[in-house]
Design a protein around this ligand. Sequence first.
Ligand code: SF4
Ligand code: SF4
Length: 487
Amino acid sequence: MPSSLLEPEDRVLSTMEKDGSRRWLDPKVSKGSFLTTRRAFAYFLIVVFTVTPYIRFNDKPLVLLDILHRKFILFGFTFLPTDTILLALTLVTILVGIFLLTALFGRVWCGWACPQTVYMEFVYRPIERLFEGTSGKGGKPRKPVAGWRRVARYVVFLLVSMYLAHTFLAYFVGVENLAKWITGSPFDHPVAFLLMAAVTGLMMFDFGFFREQTCIIACPYGRLQSALLDRKSLIVSYDKTRGEPRGKKRKSDDGEGEQAGDCVDCHLCVDTCPTGIDIRDGLQMECIGCAQCIDACAPVMAKLGRDAGLIRYSTQAAMDGEPSRLLRPRVVVYPAIMLVLLTALTVLLSVKKTADVVLLRNLGNPFTVMDDGQVSNSMRIKITNRREMAVAYTVQSASDVVSRIELAENPLAIDAGDSRTEGVLIVLPRSAFSKGVCDITLHVSDGAGFEQEIPCRLLGPAGSGKPSGGKAAGTGTQTNTPQGGSL
Ligand code: SF4
Ligand code: SF4
């Protein structure tokens, strides 16, 4: 009879002992073709990460995520706060792309390209091994090292973290600002300095202390694994049929002796696992698909003269002897969704103009009858300059009926990527109104190719009686409805 239904297993998590204490992992490096390829790819990614903030395209940074000014530049396209739909479409497309990638290749992102894995396995752990040595044979704990080695390790960790933090922030503030921050005194820019210190501290915490727990506990992607994978997704799998029963002895041909599968239970695949799991227990949420267990097992099989691939990239279906099909509903549906999203994105980008213009009705009186008998409507115009240079926008009436348009400044000068909102007074004769309304069109241009016509409904007195002078009570309702187009 079980003593308690809630009795914990020997190890609650691969990084936590039964008593709740941390189980520190010291994965053994297993050399092999996958490690070589992953290492080369990781170094390539590190170079890309480092140089991208310095690359300019069409006189703009290739990538700039300026959260402070709500401006995002991605591969030549500038996204402003008015581009919510474009940004949302881009993000949803990326999300569906990740779903597709996972359905096809499992957690290939985690094992091969995620910054957490790339920096942990190919930067921080190698530094640690350089100063403190590698784990003993069979994954035995390292011998205790001299204190100075540990201090030196953390000093190098700190320098690397500072470098990464600066590079990371360059994506958000641009390399020019970063250079100013680095060369100036911290007292000249205390907020930036504190931000840099905080990001460096977070990196130290992550790569020095929290480590693989980011993948196991904190990252939501791993948790979604069961929903994103299916039995035909490519994962790192242990061939149970071949490997079990595990043991030291080989199956005897004459039927005598203890029967054993191909797995000799050497534990190398477990000792090398960066998340501390045993792949022989089947697909687990902690598996990041790094293929280190494949590299660990391959030489064992070769040495014993057994077939390679006891642990290999395969699918759950193939392992159970079912036919593997590349085409299945989710592999068709995800690309179809992506195609629709990408088409919408392309169409929206192709019709995008170099400025956004929005006309808003002011709060308060819908109209005013002026001393000279004319009627004025008070509006606000908001223009966003999407060009990479300052531009002056002229606001005119395209309708003959309008007497005049008053703006604080016309043309309206606006810096690159900036917006301005100004009051506009539109004056026209009382006779222009029929049943209290008059439809006109405003014309906005920048003299450099941008032109936009904005239809606008003005409000006025319902009757055509003589003006009484002063402000008349409006007959229209107060509204703040945008009347211009956001292009
Ligand atoms: S490395 Fe291979 S042989 Fe050794 S325990 Fe793992 S699966 Fe078995
Ligand atoms: S089980 Fe294998 S593939 Fe999965 S994380 Fe561990 S070593 Fe990497």
